[in-house]
Design a protein around this ligand. Structure first.
Ligand code: TRP
Length: 325
């Protein structure tokens, strides 16, 4: 039997960069090629609403994210893609689970503790405290076996499992118990200033940047001031640390050797990086330009109906088990 896997795409902005591709999108594409898995991918628009509270912006982000993911190679024939927002059962189940969740359990969540440490009490929102419950509902509605997440989200999947176990003990076997599938740490992709590539640092290479913009940005990548004749260390070079993402193992050996041998100039290696990035984004941008909103809306509508059928059956089981139906 194939294991059922769920993964989320949170449209909290309208753009994705090279760091997002190698940090998240690529893993999703690897999942869809794994024959042992049946993969569901949903747009966690209710999660995005925690941060994007502007109607036009939210619609725009959702459309852009779906298109960029598809353009990057997420295949709707192999991954079942839907939007959670039209499926009312996500929030219904959130309520049922909330009634069974102790405050202290949410209080120990790392993500909440980090938020509470960072913001003053008057800036904290209730969602920061209870969004793991919505996340658990996202998982439990669809009989999910595995949830691929980074270390930071592991605790949330454990909570989903714990609350499902508690529910099953009290009301009978309704939920499948999910496990976290911890994704190996992906290398942090540096941005043009050397810090982690991130929207908040304004140091990114967008997947949709034009060649002209990419050229400018690559030129700006910070390097040390060693002269051409100096021997250089690739591992501390921001240009190399981006370039290596695009290299085959054989190419990598050659590039590393050029750093440690005599005569590598940063201008030359930047030009090579620029070429690689343009080669990489060109087919993505081409596919992106061919996708239109109507196509995507139709897919999401059809898949939304299917997802709604699955989720409403699960809620019926839940309601019957607890006596609400
Ligand atoms: N909280 C997850 C994140 O920040 C996104 C998410 C929401 C999710 N619901 C989910 C991931 C359900 C997996 C399953 O990355």
């Amino acid at each position: 039997m194939k294991k059922r896997v769920i993964t989320a795409l949170t449209p909290s902005s309208d753009q994705l960069h090279i760091g997002n591709y190698f940090g998240a999108i690529k893993q999703m594409i690897d999942l869809q090629n794994n024959e042992d898995y049946e993969v569901l991918m949903f747009i966690s628009s209710l999660h995005a609403f925690t941060k994007v509270q502007d109607a036009a912006q939210l619609r725009h982000n959702i459309s852009m994210f779906v298109k960029i993911y598809l353009a990057c190679g997420v295949d709707p024939e192999r991954i079942f893609m839907f939007d959670q927002a039209p499926i009312a059962w996500h929030t219904q189940l959130t309520w049922i689970l909330s009634c069974m969740t102790h405050m202290w359990f949410m209080q120990r969540m790392h993500v909440y503790k980090d938020a509470a440490a960072k913001w003053t009490a008057d800036a904290l929102n209730v969602w920061m405290f209870c969004y793991p419950i919505l996340m658990a509902a996202d998982i439990l509605l669809y009989d999910i076996d595995l949830v691929p997440v980074g270390q930071d989200q592991k605790q949330h999947v454990e909570y989903a499992r714990d609350i499902a176990e508690k529910f099953n003990r009290q009301f009978g076997d309704v939920f499948v118990l999910p496990d976290a599938l911890i994704q190996s740490e992906v290398a942090v992709v540096p941005g043009i200033d050397g810090r982690k590539m991130s929207k908040s640092y304004d140091n990114f290479l967008w997947l949709l940047d034009t060649p002209e913009v990419l050229k400018k940005k690559v030129k700006l990548i910070v390097t040390d001031a060693l002269p051409i004749e100096a021997v250089k260390n690739p591992d501390t070079c921001n240009v190399y640390n981006i370039l290596k993402l695009f290299l085959s193992p054989e190419e990598d050996i050659i590039v590393r050797k050029r750093y440690t041998d005599w005569g590598l100039g940063y201008g030359v290696i930047k030009e090579e990086l620029y070429q690689k990035v343009v080669e990489f984004v060109a087919p993505i941008q081409h596919r992106f330009s061919q996708l239109d909103d109507t196509m995507i809306e139709q897919m999401l509508l059809a898949n939304g109906q299917k997802a709604n059928d699955i989720a409403s059956k699960k809620i019926e089981q839940v309601y019957k088990a607890v006596g609400l139906l």
